[in-house]
Design a protein around this ligand. Structure first.
Ligand code: ADP
Length: 607
């Protein structure tokens, strides 16, 4: 070989960045280059006594068969090996592990005989690590539940992970190469242009909440984070997009809003006020309804426990305070009914329930309560108990009389005098009738309340009906005269028994409430479609403001002068119900002190 050429090859050998070690056919090192020295951090002297064919370490690592093949004349590419300096005893210089790719090949002379074997190590650590990094990132992207997509600056989708397939329904094959617009609802198409414009500027878009379309056409709420992808020179070449499905969160938020709204409506409808008392700083907050319940204005009334306490009725104040204290002490819910006096002087009943919130140490820090105005309920309770005491009183009167007359009858029955027993029996029958009436009224009311008052309609002559009824009432009174003023012949289709009840009630009331006058006038008037019956008396009359209320259940005029009239206040309530059930009308015209006229009208065509 030419000297120049030799020098040339020598230089290449020295300068090549691939670590090169040349062995003699019996395994000893003949030559190493600079790259070798650098890689192993060693010198030729270190391997002078080294024989590769006797290296037990290489047997262990499984490289020996490859090496043997190279020594026999084959070109061998050894598997990439991770060299760990702590394990490689023979090479001391290496400090951190390296990934090495080894190749071996023989050198033959002109006669084809192997003179040397070359072992070259290429340091591929950087490439392997970069590959690994990419693999790790790819696995991360693939395993993410979030949809991770990349697109170029024209909006064309360039990558698509499993999360994206799940979220949008398209497989990777289907979507790659399609425009991102595929996922965007038509009314939001302009949104994409804005996003792309921002990306070109290199801007990042964080948690942008919007709507996208699934392959099946359904809309999904997503939160997007979009980052520009830059090339080595920092120029934006595309974008990565992470989309998170927030449909469930959105739905939950909407459901929460809805249930809050429902609660608000319920609280409004029930006129329930909510209050919140932060105990430590004595801060009390009221909703509008609490102000309304206490009849104080939001502007004038400063809500503090002390100011609220001032509204409580003096007789109930101590009890309410004690209940609050007990609830705080025992950490139990608070519940109380008490009276308040509004600034205008009106007494109202309120009912309050509250729960106690505790801190980490179990100390009460807050009371959250609901308050409602129960004045009407209390009134009704009062009316009910008044009614019960009145009803028992009313029922007792005929019972006591009956008992008395039965005892008298018992005494007289043995004697011969028949006049007296006859009289007693008549009185007993009268009182029994009264008792029957009272119990019938009570029964009717309960039928009305439970919707069980039924009508049995039949055709009958109204004129005869009026005459008969008036006659039967007339026989029971000597003090009053009932006049029938006008009574045309009319065929009515109605519940005869119930109408009898109506007329009897109006007539007995007329008698009862006109103790000092004699006349009662019954008038029947027929128009084209209706018949109107009126019962007029010249008795005590009814005040204007009470004329509507007397048709209410249990209502009795409670002027002191009227206390003396017996009755349960059920008659007119039942009467009105019977007339209404016949599609008729009932009303009263009256002047206090001059008398009353009760009217009821019925349609002539009843079905
Ligand atoms: P009661 O059993 O008390 O008579 P009603 O329902 O028949 O019950 O009447 C209700 C109230 O209407 C009575 O308590 C009375 O105050 C008043 N009232 C009814 N009819 C007359 C009338 N003809 N004149 C004056 N007041 C009447």
């Amino acid at each position: 070989m030419h000297d120049d050429q030799l020098l040339l090859f020598q230089t290449i050998f020295e300068q090549t960045p691939v670590s090169t070690q040349i062995f003699t056919p019996d395994g000893e090192t003949a030559l190493v280059n600079t790259a070798w020295e650098e890689l192993w951090n060693a010198k030729f002297e270190h391997v002078k006594s080294y024989n590769i064919l006797k290296d037990k370490q290489l047997v262990k690592t499984g490289s020996m068969p490859f090496i043997k093949r190279a020594f026999k004349g084959e070109v061998v590419h050894l598997p990439t090996i991770k060299y760990d300096p702590s394990q490689t005893v023979n090479i001391k210089g290496m400090v951190t592990y390296r990934w090495l790719q080894a190749n071996m090949y023989p050198i033959r002379n002109a006669g084809g005989v192997i003179t040397h074997i070359v072992l070259q190590h290429e340091d591929v650590t950087d490439r392997i690590e970069a590959d690994e990094q990419i693999r790790r990132l790819a696995a991360l992207v693939e395993s993410s539940d979030d949809a991770i997509i990349s697109k170029n600056l024209n909006g064309v989708i360039t990558s698509w992970n499993e999360g994206a397939a799940k979220l949008y329904g398209y497989s990777t094959e289907e979507i790659i190469g399609k425009h991102i617009i595929t996922l965007i609802p038509s009314e939001l198409h302009s949104e994409e242009n804005e996003i792309l414009a921002k990306l070109r500027e290199g801007e990042r878009i964080k948690h942008f909440e919007t709507v996208r379309i699934h392959k099946n056409g359904k809309r999904i709420h997503v939160s997007l984070t979009i980052s520009p992808i830059k090339d080595g020179q920092g120029a934006v070449i595309g974008a990565s997009k992470i989309a998170r499905d927030i449909t469930a969160e959105k739905k939950a938020a909407e459901a929460l809003k809805e249930s809050e709204e429902r609660l608000r409506i319920a609280l409004e409808a029930g006129e329930i006020g909510v209050w919140d008392w932060e105990i430590a700083n004595n801060k009390l907050t009221w909703t509008d309804n609490v102000y309304t319940i206490h009849d104080v204005s939001k502007n004038d009334f400063q809500v503090t426990y002390e100011n609220f306490s001032k509204l409580i009725h003096p007789s109930d104040k101590e009890d309410a305070r004690e209940k609050i204290m007990t609830s705080l002490k025992n950490k139990t819910p608070f519940q109380a009914e008490f009276r308040i006096i509004t600034p205008k002087g009106e007494t109202r009943w309120v009912s309050t329930r509250a729960s106690v919130t505790l801190d980490d140490k179990g100390n009460p820090i807050r009371m959250l309560g609901a308050t409602s105005n129960i004045t009407r309920q209390k009134q009704l309770d009062q009316e009910k108990s008044d009614f019960l005491s009145m009803a028992s009183h009313e029922l007792k009167t005929p019972l006591t009389s009956m008992k008395m007359f039965i005892e008298l009858l018992n005494k007289h029955i043995s004697r011969t005098d028949l006049e007296k027993p006859k009289y007693f029996v008549k009185r007993i029958i009268d009182q029994a009738d009264r008792l029957t009436e009272l119990t019938n009224d009570l029964l009717d009311v309960s039928r009305i309340e439970t919707g069980k008052l039924r009508l049995n309609k039949e055709k009958f002559d109204l004129r005869l009906f009026i005459e008969d009824t008036v006659e039967s009432i007339q026989t029971s009174t000597d003090d009053h005269t009932i006049h029938i003023k006008n009574n045309p012949s009319i065929t009515l289709y109605a519940d005869r028994y119930r109408l009898y009840q109506v007329l009897v009630n109006l007539l007995t009331n007329a008698i009862k409430y006109s103790p000092k006058s004699k006349d009662i006038i019954v008038t029947v008037k027929k128009t084209k479609r209706h018949v109107t019956v009126s019962v007029q008396d010249f008795g005590i009359g009814i005040k204007k403001d009470q004329q509507k209320k007397i048709f209410d259940r249990l209502y009795q005029v409670t002027d002191p002068e009227e206390k003396t009239y017996p009755g349960l206040g059920l008659g007119l309530f039942i009467t009105k119900e019977i007339i209404t059930r016949h599609q008729g009308d009932i009303w009263v015209e009256s002047t206090k002190g001059q008398g009353s006229a009760f009217y009821f009208s019925l349609p002539l065509k009843q079905h």
